[in-house]
Design a binder for this molecule. Structure first.
Ligand SMILES: Nc1nc2c(ncn2[C@@H]2O[C@H](COP(=O)(O)OP(=O)(O)O)[C@@H](O)[C@H]2O)c(=O)[nH]1
Ligand SMILES: [Mg+2]
Length: 172
């Protein structure tokens, strides 16, 4: 059984990083130099793809999609047959927070969708107030998902996200 998981979130929130961290095969990345200033040199124009095997019969396909709305035609491809969603929000980034509701709606995330939210770039932060703001956004949409502070570069965070998602989806 192959399950498709989308990694979504605004530019620079760590989608490419966490997929590289998780994937058991070499990932496919399509980062190129951005033509507009987005605060970092490389941006993903296509999708990132990674893969995780769970035992013999379940595999997870990890699809990272570009954060910018002008690439939403790629989101439509990834949405087809989607099983779960990981949303990354960059810590203390209001733009990233304001994209959250839009992405949840666009990707048709409902109460029954396995979904986990990670707040990235929060590794040196000791304050939970931004996380509470994220929780408020999803509760206002009548949704309730785990919201963790993560470091997308760390194996521990990546594993936490995937294990939560798998538990929510009751896989295995
Ligand atoms: N400190 C820190 N850096 C991160 C974290 N997540 C990503 N980064 C760094 O932020 C940059 C952008 O990450 P990237 O994965 O390309 O973001 P994407 O646009 O969502 O694919 C890279 O230099 C990452 O190493 C995090 O949780 N903490
Ligand atoms: Mg990327």
């Amino acid at each position: 059984m192959h399950k498709k998981i989308a990694f979504i979130g605004s530019v620079g929130c760590g989608k490419t990083t966490i997929i590289n961290q998780l994937s058991s095969v070499d990932t496919v990345n399509t980062d190129v130099k951005s033509s507009v200033d987005i605060g970092k040199e490389l941006t993903t124009v296509g999708i990132d793809y990674g893969h995780v095997a769970l035992g013999d019969d379940i595999s997870l396909g990890l699809y990272g999609v570009p954060g910018q709305r002008r690439f939403s035609f790629i989101w439509d491809h990834v949405m087809d047959g989607l099983w779960g969603v990981v949303i990354l929000v960059k810590h203390d980034d209001n733009e990233s927070l304001s994209e959250l509701a839009y992405l949840i709606e666009y990707f048709n995330v409902t109460r029954t969708t396995p979904c986990v939210i990670g707040i990235s770039h929060s590794d040196s932060v000791d304050d939970d107030s931004f996380r509470h703001r994220v929780v408020e956004v999803i509760m206002a949409m009548n949704l309730n998902f785990p919201v963790y502070r993560v470091d997308a570069r760390s194996e521990q965070s990546a594993t936490l996200i995937m294990q939560s998602l798998i538990a929510l989806g009751d896989v295995g």
